[in-house]
Write a protein that binds this ligand. Structure first.
Ligand SMILES: [Zn+2]
Length: 264
């Protein structure tokens, strides 16, 4: 498969160096993710297409750094088709008519096919796209090398789903993963295993904090991340809440008014 990395030119605190989008050239020119509509991204896409029409855009999930550029891409390539797994609360923001994708769909792309693998957790509509002929998996925000992924517990994220998605991809055993942020991942098994172990250790810390008497997400945050700068507190609280909701799903903790109790 002929894959060209096109940076989104949207660096920032939540996007790192900016988003990676990928153009698959061939019979069915396909863009994976629309980024944010930066003029330099559109110019790079124009140049990489070299006069060929853009057939479709596959959007991995509705977070703005992946989807917001859709309207700008649609304005430049009006015949392009936009596809994603529906997330009705957010999809309407982006000014394009979405064709729905579903888990297991096989979509023509470039000179081959991509299999849609629904991987909720970071977002409810999140997908990975698998080129089964080469073992290349476009992983979007499932994994980012050298960092962990935010699970926005109060905005559509689910750690229970995310762990299931990591296990699903471990089983799929891709040869190589191309993420939406950061460098390509050439050793998927090791990175996915480390991700699962990291969440396991974090869960043990949350349980230990509860055991030691912390009763709120804030109290657990100050035990697990002592001295955390105030700008990172909100993200840390979301992460702790993601663990608490997962532990509730597992029937290991229960919410009591504003507090959390261990199940005995
Ligand atoms: Zn995202």
């Amino acid at each position: 498969m002929d894959v060209t990395l096109l940076p989104g030119f949207n660096p920032g605190p939540f996007t790192g160096a900016g988003n990676n989008t990928y153009l698959l050239n061939g019979r069915c020119p396909t863009l994976i993710d629309a980024a944010t509509g930066e003029a330099r991204h559109l110019a790079a896409l124009d140049e990489a297409l070299a006069g060929v029409r853009l057939e479709q855009v596959l959007v991995t999930h509705a977070h703005s750094d992946h989807a917001e550029g859709s309207s700008a891409v649609a304005a430049r390539w009006p015949d392009a088709i936009f596809r994603k797994v529906p997330w009705p609360e957010l999809d309407g923001r982006y000014g394009v008519d979405w064709q729905p994708l579903a888990d297991g769909d096989e979509v023509e792309a470039g000179d081959g096919c991509l299999r849609v693998v629904h991987t909720p957790g970071h977002a409810p509509d999140h997908v990975c796209l698998h080129d089964e002929s080469t073992g290349t998996l476009f992983v979007a925000d499932l994994v980012v090398l050298g960092s962990s992924v935010v699970i926005p517990a109060t905005r559509g994220g689910s750690l229970t789903d995310y762990l299931q998605s990591l296990r699903c991809i471990l089983e799929l055993a891709p040869a190589r993963m191309l993420p939406a942020h950061g460098e390509p991942i050439e050793d998927p098994r090791r990175v996915l295993t480390e991700y699962l172990e990291h969440r396991q250790r974090r869960e043990e810390q949350v349980l230990a904090a509860l055991e030691a008497g912390a009763r709120t997400a804030e109290a657990i945050v100050s035990r697990i991340y002592p001295g955390l700068s105030s700008s990172l507190l909100a993200a840390a609280k979301e992460s702790v809440l993601a663990h608490l909701f997962k532990l509730r799903d597992d029937a290991r903790v229960r919410p009591e008014s504003e507090e959390w109790e261990l199940e005995r």
